[in-house]
Design a protein around this ligand. Structure first.
Ligand code: EPZ
Length: 441
């Protein structure tokens, strides 16, 4: 995945046309790797994407004594027989900007009786607190000590099943509870859980390991703790966020992209919006063809939400296509507080996007009505011209690629390494789709 440089020069204005493959989901594979810590025997994970977020987890597991081999492309064998404590400086060095270390808490508390989590990173799309995680771990009986360089956790009396209600259906906090409850003593009831497809796939993995997890109606999950778990063999679900990103690229560049591995069931809400904007798609057994049928794109009003709503990770790539729609669109971001910084670069390229702090009225949001960026109003169509751009975060960065490919003229994009965190071999895929670019330097 190593990029030749962190700077790419794109000559836009050409439609992206061709066939690319999307494999295992970044937001499942990384969690499945952590889940292997819970097993008494090795686990096998297939369709693991070659992205830096996976390599970060691989490094973190290795410093904790997990032996990892890759017998075939996209396949990992994770052997947790000799799990051991790691020094926090090593954890910190390996964690980089990833938030994944937070999910090591439960498994390490079960295996070693203690865990250390460095201060976390992650895309700067909001303040990204971990209060839901810490409250849940305390509910299981963990002792949480905050220190100057991170958090040290212990469980002197072991971990016991708990009744937990999340203030918001947080994906990470739901995963935290699942990874802790499966080996806790007794039953855990989790209310207001997240039920994204990646969560359901993680539950399938835990069930394979020997866990008893009941997903009830109304997003309530019961977990009956068991004494031990075995390793799993599992093929990760495909990355719906990457699939949606390439679909948006087809729309914005007036292209035609067959995304092998895209699954309709995981993209239903996205596909409805894609069609309303004026895109066409054909669902096949091995993927989905996304294309711009010609004619004008139409504006839409959408708001991001938890599954099965419109994913917050889908709005950034789509916004680029909305700059080409005839009329005014509104995207209301209800999950993160500051996920519209990427629009500044689009405006530098000629887009007309105004970010409002008030947003749409009376929409339920994760953050009580506070003075955050809540809605982007996009007026189109606006021809885009090339610009010099620095990528701010993962999904915003991919949107900048799409914008540069849509724009007339040349764009220089720096800090593109962030995109490799979640988009496997995106450079090779752009080449395959006929994009005109060079690496600078
Ligand atoms: C996961 O992040 C994904 N990341 C995100 O994808 C995704 O956008 C998000 O879920 C929502 O679907 C991974 O799975 C690695 P949350 P996560 O906990 O778990 C607040 C991408 O581009 N919150 O559901 O961190 C939080 O600030 C990434 O692939 C608390 O307040 O998201 C946010 O406003 C970006 N306290 C909201 O909840 C907490 O303790 C949703 O966060 C935890 C979260």
């Amino acid at each position: 995945m190593g990029l030749k440089s962190d700077e790419i020069v794109i000559r836009g204005g050409k439609p992206l046309i061709g066939r690319i493959e999307v494999r295992g989901a970044k937001n499942l594979a990384t969690k499945a790797m952590v889940a292997s810590l819970l097993g008494d025997t090795p686990s096998i994970l297939k369709d693991v994407p070659d992205i830096s977020d996976v390599n970060v987890v691989r490094g973190l597991l290795s410093i904790h004594g997990v032996r990892i081999t890759d017998p075939a492309r996209g396949e990992l064998i994770l052997d947790p027989s000799n799990v051991e404590t790691a020094h926090f400086a090593e954890i910190d060095a390996h964690a980089g900007s990833s938030r994944i270390p937070i999910l090591f808490c439960g498994p390490l508390l079960h295996r070693l009786g203690e865990a250390f989590i460095p201060d976390l990173g992650g895309c700067r799309i909001g303040d990204r607190p971990i209060d839901f995680h810490m409250d849940a771990l305390r509910a299981f009986g963990a002792i949480v000590d905050k220190s100057y360089n991170g958090i040290h956790l212990t469980a002197p009396n072991g971990l016991k099943g708990a009744n937990i209600e999340l203030p918001y259906p947080s994906v990470g906090a739901t995963e935290q509870v699942l990874l802790t409850a499966v080996l806790a003593e007794g039953v855990t009831e989790l209310r207001n859980a997240a039920i994204e497809p990646e969560i359901m796939d993680l539950i399938a993995i835990l069930q394979k390991m020997g866990a008893i997890v009941n997903v009830e109606p109304n997003r309530v999950i019961f977990i009956e703790g068991v004494k031990s778990l075995n390793g799993y063999t599992h093929r990760a679900i495909n990355d719906r966020n990457e699939a949606a990103s390439w679909a948006a690229a087809a729309l914005a560049t007036k292209g035609d992209i067959f995304v092998e591995g895209a699954k309709q069931q995981d993209l239903m809400t996205f596909l409805n919006v894609f069609r309303k904007v004026g895109g066409e798609f054909d669902v096949h057994e091995d993927g989905i063809r996304f294309y711009h049928p010609g004619g004008e794109l139409k504006p839409v009003v959408i708001e991001t939400d938890v599954h099965p709503g419109f994913m917050t990770d889908w709005q950034q790539p789509l916004v680029v296509a909305l700059t080409q729609a005839h009329g005014t669109s509104i995207v209301h971001e209800t999950v993160y507080e500051n996920r519209f910084q990427f629009t500044e670069a689009l405006n530098d390229m000629g887009a007309k996007i105004v970010v409002h702090k008030d947003g749409l009225k009376d929409v339920q949001r994760r953050v009580a009505r506070r003075d955050f960026e809540q809605a982007a109003v996009i007026t189109g169509p606006t021809p885009l011209h090339g610009a010099d751009i620095r990528v701010p975060d993962l999904r915003g960065g991919f949107s900048h690629l799409i914008a540069a490919l849509t724009a007339e003229g040349e764009s220089k994009i720096t800090n593109v390494g962030i995109i490799a965190r979640g988009y496997e071999h995106f450079v090779a895929k752009l080449r395959k789709l006929g994009a005109d670019f060079d690496f600078a330097g």
